[in-house]
Design a protein around this ligand. Structure first.
Ligand code: DGL
Length: 263
């Protein structure tokens, strides 16, 4: 069973890619909807929240953990890898790997939350892989609420994308979408940066890495696998948004408490 966590609903785009790539593998998804967003929070807080999320998923018996949130991958991946008894996958390295493979020697840009960009995680991974820092690394914080609200096209999304990325038109060979929410704005982003810039979705890239690792489960059974969805806030709004992110209506969403009271 693969455990996936995100700060909220955005990681469902990663879950969707994993389910498509590994259709026989049971999954359990935890969206920390009570404490989203992570992208504006300090590394210390994001690490604490990530430990809480990982601990809950481990108690459910996951054999692999995917940190679908770019901000949590940027701040907490090394900590989780050092502390947990199961393999832990983040989205930063697979995204960089896919970008470099798609356009070797190309000009690479990366966009993400303020926390992800400030952490330097993508910049370091790109430099480690190519020998040079990215051409641009930029925070686009308003893309997250736009995607949550479902305003992924039209004049408001276009104006915000233009303001963030207009100066990059025609200047990049590849742009890494270093945030769970940005794939939902893919067409607006593509329009602004121009048709010659390849957009790489880090979430889809981690699904490829997992597919290579999870060989046993692939042919394991013909029975449809179970998929559980957990959230930390009340599920009502999640159920609405989940359909947009996952591309299907969820049967059931369970609410969990990561910080049980002492009385
Ligand atoms: N999941 C976050 C990420 O990929 C975006 C939302 C948030 O700020 O929590 O960085």
């Amino acid at each position: 069973m693969i455990g996936v966590f995100d700060s909220g609903v955005g990681g469902l785009t990663v879950l969707r890619a994993i389910r498509q790539r590994l259709p026989h593998e049971p999954t359990i998804y935890l969206g920390d909807t009570a404490r989203v967003p992570y992208g504006t929070k300090s590394p210390e807080v994001v690490i604490r929240y990530s430990r809480n999320n990982a601990s809950l998923l481990l108690r459910q018996g996951v054999q692999m953990l995917v940190v679908a949130c770019n901000t949590a991958s940027a701040h907490a991946l090394e900590v989780l890898r050092a502390e947990l008894p199961v393999p832990v996958f983040g989205v930063v390295e697979p995204g960089v790997e896919a970008a470099v493979r798609a356009r070797p020697g190309g000009r690479i840009g990366v966009i993400g939350t303020a926390g992800t960009i400030a952490s330097g995680a993508y910049q370091r991974a790109i430099e480690a892989r190519t020998g040079t820092p990215p051409t641009v690394a930029r925070a686009c914080p308003l893309f997250v609420p736009l995607a949550e609200e479902g305003w992924t096209e039209g004049p408001i999304a276009e104006a915000i994308a233009e303001r963030y990325l207009g100066d990059l038109r025609g200047k990049l060979d590849v742009l890494i979408l270093g945030c769970t929410h940005y794939p939902l704005l893919r067409s607006v982003i593509q329009e602004v940066v121009g048709p010659n810039t390849l957009l790489v979705d880090s979430g889809a890239s981690v699904a490829e890495v997992l597919a290579a690792e999870a060989t046993e489960a692939k042919g394991a059974t013909d029975r449809p696998p179970t998929h559980r969805l957990l959230v930390t806030d009340v599920p009502a709004r999640f159920e609405e948004v989940v359909t947009r992110f996952l591309g299907e209506r969820p049967e059931r969403v369970e609410q969990v408490d990561l910080e049980p009271s002492l009385w």
